[in-house]
Ligand binder design. Structure first.
Ligand code: ATP
Length: 577
């Protein structure tokens, strides 16, 4: 396929806001791509040249991308930057400048463009900035205007297509499976490998049979299994038919540890590679894991070596940084509480029952210096659950995670095989809600100079792959927090409502759904003005007295925010004691 043809598809996708129409266009695109290029097309749709978890970035600053545009079309960089200030979209500027070149439909293949972009990403050493700029300028000279527009947006990480992974999966299902009935197989492969490109390639090459054989593997993060909520020990025992497995619930970072001989990689809850941030965990895995290969699920927590105390999340989160890593690893070392094992010595363990996985876990980790195995306890009485819960609270932990003893490790699932039990006060909402900021509304008065007003926030509707509104949040934010929100939000402002946002309200400024915040509210209520869970003329769901608790974007993608399904469950549970 030519890159020009792909750019024409991008052009169509960009102006489409109906999800069904997006799926149709994607299916048509996938049908016309050859197996040798399908993975590349898939990565480019998300504006990348590798799966999300691979830290391969093109690595060009806005200024040098503008420099490449200027160099390609023979104008001054200052002029390009000035236009950029006015138009706000370098893609459009490149398109405009490229019109003079009179190239109608360039013949460069997707594979060629992809190769050059990869080369740009891998360029290092002396003169990197200039070399990268030359390579991009070279490409820009050879393409037509529409291609130039979309090409420039890739290194900017601003492809503006707004297509989520579930929509890509639907497009693939429609293109290759004819209907949606085998969509589950695609989803399972996705949950186990997190690599949409690899999945598409496997499907194109080996059909459904090959797809159904895809399993977890080293170096590819498994999508984390998540928890449901239940109000008390009694309900949990009932749900689990009389026996539960209990572990303490630690409040730190979800950390997936991959060991392949001496090489160790670490992935976060949102599937980003975080290996360089945590040298002590890498060392811990090397020294304590007694297996050639392994994938472990853990929660990493800051620990005060002097007082031997676990520190709250606010401290742990200081370790998410790119600089002064060594110094911080000494000052605020992490411990990893390993609560599951999904892969061992070349074999996937995800289909083994939890009980058997816990036996393996006990044997695979030696000592407790950095990694601490948490094989948990199997419990049959309500009193014992309460005892363990109180003990956890006393230790400053969040509570318990209760699991079904005979359950498999279900990548990406959130169901009643894992249930969290946290402290609450009766009547109040028992848990916080993770919301995505969708836009902001300017305020009036003195504080408006800080940009204070209110935020329009939403949650994720996983069934529809869209973001729906749930609340406006204004009170409780300090001037400093407003400034911080503006600093983050202004970089992702968009001119129109993004394709995957469904809202009856129009804020002063729309932003791309990217920033996740944790919100505490008194209650979930019904409201006709919000679209969360809204069906026809029935009202949607909303939050009463919402307030910001903390930013969660470091460990959650927008799609990891609370889902409408969870919200409805929390609504139905909120006044049960
Ligand atoms: P919360 O905001 O309550 O931490 P969450 O939205 O991050 O929850 P949940 O699925 O609701 O995610 O809670 C599960 C999280 O708890 C896991 O992602 C993991 O990071 C953490 N956790 C701590 N201890 C355990 C444990 N023993 N087993 C499983 N998960 C644990």
């Amino acid at each position: 396929m030519t890159f020009s043809k792909l750019a024409q598809y991008f052009e169509k996708l960009e102006v489409t806001s109906s999800r069904l129409a997006l799926i149709d266009i994607l299916a048509e695109l996938f049908k016309s791509v050859d197996v040798s290029e399908i993975s590349k097309v898939i990565y480019l749709i998300s504006g990348r040249i590798a799966p999300f978890y691979e830290p391969l970035e093109i690595g060009m600053a806005e200024k040098s991308i503008a420099g490449a545009v200027a160099q390609a079309y023979g104008v001054a960089r200052a002029e390009v930057l000035k236009e950029y200030g006015l138009v706000g979209d370098l893609g459009l500027i490149a398109k405009q400048l490229n019109l003079k070149s009179k190239i109608q439909e360039s013949k460069l293949s997707v594979a060629f463009v992809f190769e050059i972009l990869t080369k740009i990403a891998k360029t290092t050493g002396a003169g990197t900035v200039g070399k990268k700029q030359d390579l991009l300028a070279g490409l820009l000279q050879k393409v037509d205007p529409t291609s130039a527009k979309h090409l420039v947006r890739i290194p900017l990480s601003a492809n503006r297509l707004g297509i989520g992974d579930p929509t890509v999966l639907d497009g693939l299902a429609k293109a290759k499976l004819g209907d949606k009935s085998n969509r589950k197989l695609l989803e399972a492969a996705y949950n186990k490998t997190s690599d949409l490109g690899l999945i598409a390639e496997t499907l194109f090459k080996g059909g459904l049979k090959a797809l159904s054989k895809m399993d977890v593997s080293l170096g590819r993060p498994i999508r984390s299994q998540l928890t449901e909520r239940l109000p008390n020990a009694k309900k949990i025992l009932e749900k689990f038919d009389g026996e539960v497995h209990t572990q303490q619930k630690f409040d730190g970072f979800r950390t997936q540890l991959h060991k392949d001989g001496d090489s160790v990689r670490i992935f976060s809850r949102n599937l980003e590679e975080t290996t360089p941030m945590f040298p002590e965990l890498v060392e811990g895995v090397r020294k304590q894991v007694k297996a050639r290969t392994a994938i472990l699920d853990a929660e990493a927590l800051a620990f005060n070596p002097q007082s031997e105390e676990f520190l709250p999340f606010q401290e742990t989160t200081k370790r998410r940084r790119k600089y002064n890593i060594k110094e911080m690893a000494v000052k605020l070392p992490l411990k990893a509480f390993v609560f599951d094992v999904m892969y061992l010595n070349g074999k996937s363990l995800t289909d083994l029952p939890l009980r058997a996985r816990m036996e393996k876990l006990k044997k695979v980790i030696k000592g407790e210096k950095v990694l601490i195995a948490q094989p948990g306890e199997f419990v049959k009485s309500e009193d014992r659950i309460i005892e363990l819960f109180d003990d956890a609270i006393t230790k400053g932990l969040e509570g318990l995670v209760c699991k079904r003893p005979d359950s498999k490790y279900e990548a990406g699932a959130r169901n009643f095989n894992w249930v969290k039990l946290k402290r609450h006060s009766a009547g109040e909402l028992r848990d916080t809600i993770d919301c995505v900021i969708l836009g902001y509304i300017f305020g009036r008065g003195k504080r408006s100079q800080f940009g204070a007003g209110s935020l329009l926030v939403g949650v994720y509707d996983s069934g529809k792959d869209e973001f729906v509104t749930i609340s406006k949040i204004g009170t409780g934010l300090t001037d400093k927090e407003w400034k911080e929100i503006h600093r983050r939000a202004d970089k992702i402002k968009v001119a129109r409502r993004p394709a995957r946002v469904n809202s009856l309200l129009t804020p002063s400024v729309w932003i791309e759904p990217k920033i996740v915040i944790e919100v505490l509210a008194d209650e979930i209520t019904r409201s006709p003005v919000h679209t969360a869970g809204k069906k026809g003329s029935e009202p949607g769901y909303a939050l009463r007295f919402p307030r910001l608790v903390k930013f969660r974007e470091a460990d959650k993608k927008a799609e990891d925010s609370t889902t409408v399904k969870e919200l409805i469950k929390m609504y139905s549970q909120q006044f049960k004691k």
